[in-house]
Design a binder for this molecule. Structure first.
Ligand code: DX5
Ligand code: ZN
Length: 221
């Protein structure tokens, strides 16, 4: 397997952390590259998670890059709020808005990094027209809505295809993967061209987030 030329960033998903100890959990992942923040509205996905106050608290507790993944309908309605609450990057689903090109432009106008993502059942072509306009493309490797689901193996090929398209454009956008990422599949995702891996349950395990993060890093070494 090809060893990736670019260092892979790790973005633990706070969805799996112990919220009674949010500050300590952020301390435990201080060595991570980013913190991934999953916002769910109970409509775009069949689950509710948390919103602005938790992001604001995480922002106060940690200097980590706050990578906000909006699993909400019409994300355009809340971009300014998430930017003000401390997001560094905001990723929206192509299925959740009629105007994805306008939305990624609006995120950049707020001075934040713009990301676009798509569900496992959505053809990759849906994001192709905006690839030149984003700072991050996220391949969902589970159906969004819940932590702890099983990785969908076909996601590896989707990463490879997007890697090719981004390289053709000369884009330096992050190619992120989210859902079921573990030490067992991290290396093959990096080999397919991913530059950024989100991991919830495989980081925030029973032996603590610092240990989970090291296991993931070791798998990529
Ligand atoms: C799923 C979320 C993920 C989730 C990943 O809807 O977008 O970020 O927290 O959790 P794991 O790594 O447990 O699949
Ligand atoms: Zn996510």
């Amino acid at each position: 397997m090809t060893v990736p030329a670019r260092p892979v960033k790790l973005a633990p998903s706070l969805l799996s952390c112990d919220f009674t100890r949010l500050g300590e959990e952020l301390q435990a992942i201080a060595d991570a590259d980013w913190a991934h923040v999953d916002v769910m509205d109970g409509r775009f996905v069949p689950n509710l998670s948390f919103g602005l106050p938790i992001l604001a608290a995480a922002r106060r507790a940690s200097p980590l890059f706050m990578d906000v993944h909006l699993m909400i309908e019409e994300p355009e309605r809340y971009l300014r709020d998430f930017a003000q609450a401390g997001a560094d990057g905001i990723t929206v689903h192509v299925e959740a808005t009629r105007h994805v090109h306008r939305v990624v432009g609006a995120i950049r106008e707020l001075g934040k990094r713009a990301g676009v993502t798509l569900n496992p059942g959505t053809p990759l072509e849906a994001v192709r027209p905006v690839l030149a306009d984003v700072d991050l493309v996220l391949v969902m490797s589970v159906n969004p809505g819940f932590g702890g689901q099983k990785f969908i193996p076909a996601s590896v090929e989707r990463v490879r295809t997007l890697r090719g398209w981004l390289d053709e454009l000369g884009s330096a956008a992050e190619l992120q993967v989210d859902g079921g990422v573990t030490p067992a599949n991290a290396r093959s995702l990096a080999g397919a061209g991913a530059t950024n891996l989100v991991a919830g349950s495989s980081v925030f395990g029973p032996d603590g987030a610092a240990a989970g993060l090291s296991r993931l890093r070791a798998a990529l070494a």
